[in-house]
Write a protein that binds this ligand. Structure first.
Ligand SMILES: *[C@@H]1O[C@H](CO)[C@@H](O)[C@H](O)[C@H]1NC(C)=O
Ligand SMILES: *[C@@H]1O[C@H](CO)[C@@H](O)[C@H](O)[C@H]1NC(C)=O
Length: 450
């Protein structure tokens, strides 16, 4: 009898260890990371208590209120292009994998995470053809190490307009707002309709006044130079078509499709893969689905892998890049293409991130995880203790646990060192978590969570 129990327990441990992780807990934690990245006045229900109100003077050139929104990563710039892509991806998960969010008890928190961004976009889009694309300066911000609550450096606001357009930025925000309309229409129809109005205006602005946002103003070039806007025009049109059913947007998507180039990933700069799978889903046109099948087959069968099995796409943010690719391949799988294979691979890749190699790359999850992630606020002791570059250089662990943040991740040989200075492998980012969270919601919905 005793032996039977021991064997049963061993089998149970074996199965639960290899079968899955508690993806629901991971999703809940990922949402906490978004709370830690909030800028502006924090609400009463803020759960990450070591963060406080900050950047309450963020303004446009004519005094417009630009408080709120998200700090991008381990720094304190509000990069609009990153924020809008993050919002589009969060909204995508909330629309198509709402069941996953519900099963994790996180639907409400997921919507709040999205609304923190959409409320900000409504402020930043000050008139039909004018949008503030960034608050805070790439170079000035990076000279500062410390809490956002204590910042004193100038926080200039940068805009796109008809003489200095940014079709990538405007079309991505249009995508974010169109997708968010779909999330909020069942909760608050008035708010949702406002989002949709802004989405349509922003898309027209993007379509009519062509240019790259990083050509419109120079500050962002050292941080997030855009490679082109054609992919965002397709992606934005696809979302607007999905949200409205208005065929004009499908015509736009098809018209702009030809010049877009196919890059390896699906990322803040490259939207082609996401647009393909979205168009495949809403048009049922096999040309898009065939492209996705070829793409995912190539990724799963031939893409470089680390010795321990991570599909490796790039040094910088390796885990996030893989998660994004898994996300679009899971959407492809849901359309009936190599379903079991793609789902199994996505699960394997996520499990690598969560601890299959004995180390979890998600802060605050599992028994061994990064304690020195590159994040200014997490590296600071509780206020009012001083926090500056000394804190950056110390080898002690971060005094604050930045729960739920996915770090950049290992290099091509599974090489990774948990040091604060290594922003390539050990920084966190609102964009990183978005695709990752979408995959989690999908896996939960599929019933894979422990
Ligand atoms: C248009 O945007 C550019 C780039 O951000 C800016 O330099 C210029 O002042 C803006 N024009 C107006 C009229 O605000
Ligand atoms: C940004 O892209 C432009 C092309 O649009 C290029 O000329 C410039 O060198 C790039 N800047 C940086 C810092 O990469």
């Amino acid at each position: 009898m005793k032996l039977f129990f021991v064997l049963a327990l061993a089998l149970h441990l074996y199965v639960t260890h290899t079968a899955a992780f508690n993806y629901k807990e991971v999703l809940q934690k990922s949402l906490l990371f978004y709370e830690a990245q909030r800028s502006g006045k924090l609400p009463a229900d803020q759960r990450v208590k070591w963060r406080h109100d900050s950047a309450l003077n963020d303004k446009g050139n004519h005094g417009e209120d630009l408080t709120g929104g998200y700090y991008d990563a381990g720094d304190w710039v509000k990069f609009g292009f990153q924020m809008s892509f993050t919002a589009t991806i969060l909204a995508w998960g909330l629309i198509d994998h709402k069941k996953g969010y519900e099963a994790a008890g996180s639907l409400e928190e997921g919507r709040k995470a999205l609304k923190w961004a959409t409320d900000y976009f409504l402020k930043a889009h000050v008139s039909e053809n004018v949008m503030y694309a960034q608050v805070g300066s790439c170079s000035l911000d990076h000279d500062y190490w410390g809490r956002p609550e204590d910042m004193t450096e100038a926080r200039p606001a940068f805009m796109i307009n008809t003489t200095h357009p940014g079709s990538d930025m405007a079309a991505e925000t249009a995508a974010a707002l169109a997708a968010s309309y779909m999330v909020f229409k069942e909760v608050d129809a008035t708010y949702a309709n406002t989002l949709l109005t802004h989405a349509k205006q922003l898309y027209n602005f993007a379509y009519k006044y062509r240019g790259k946002y990083s050509d419109a103003f120079s500050d962002v070039r050292g941080c997030y130079n855009s490679s082109g806007y054609e992919d965002e025009l397709v992606w934005g049109a696809a979302w607007l078509y999905r949200a409205t059913g208005d065929k004009t947007y499908l015509t736009y998507a098809e018209k702009e499709y030809t010049p877009i180039q196919y890059y390896i990933g699906f990322s803040w700069d490259q939207k082609a893969g996401g647009a393909d799978v979205l168009l495949a889903k809403i048009t049922k046109d096999s040309k898009y689905l065939t492209k996705m099948k070829n793409y995912c087959d190539q990724i799963m069968n031939s893409q470089q892998r680390t010795p321990k099995g991570l599909i490796f796409i790039s040094q910088w943010g390796s885990l996030s890049n893989t998660a994004y690719v898994m996300q679009i391949c899971l959407e492809t799988a849901a359309l009936g293409v190599n379903t079991a294979k793609y789902q199994a691979e996505a699960k394997k890749q996520i499990n690598y991130m969560l601890g299959d190699t004995g180390y979890s790359y998600l802060v605050g999850f599992g028994s061994k995880y990064p304690t020195h992630c590159h994040h200014r606020a997490a590296s600071c002791p509780d206020a009012p203790a001083k926090c500056d570059w000394t804190q950056y250089s110390t080898t002690s662990p971060n005094p604050q646990v930045l729960t739920g943040a996915l770090v950049g991740g290992p290099g091509a040989n599974d090489d990774y060192t948990d040091v604060r200075s290594d922003y390539v492998h050990n920084e966190v980012d609102t964009v990183y978590n978005a695709g990752f969270q979408g995959v989690l919601a999908t896996l939960i919905e599929l019933g894979y969570s422990d």
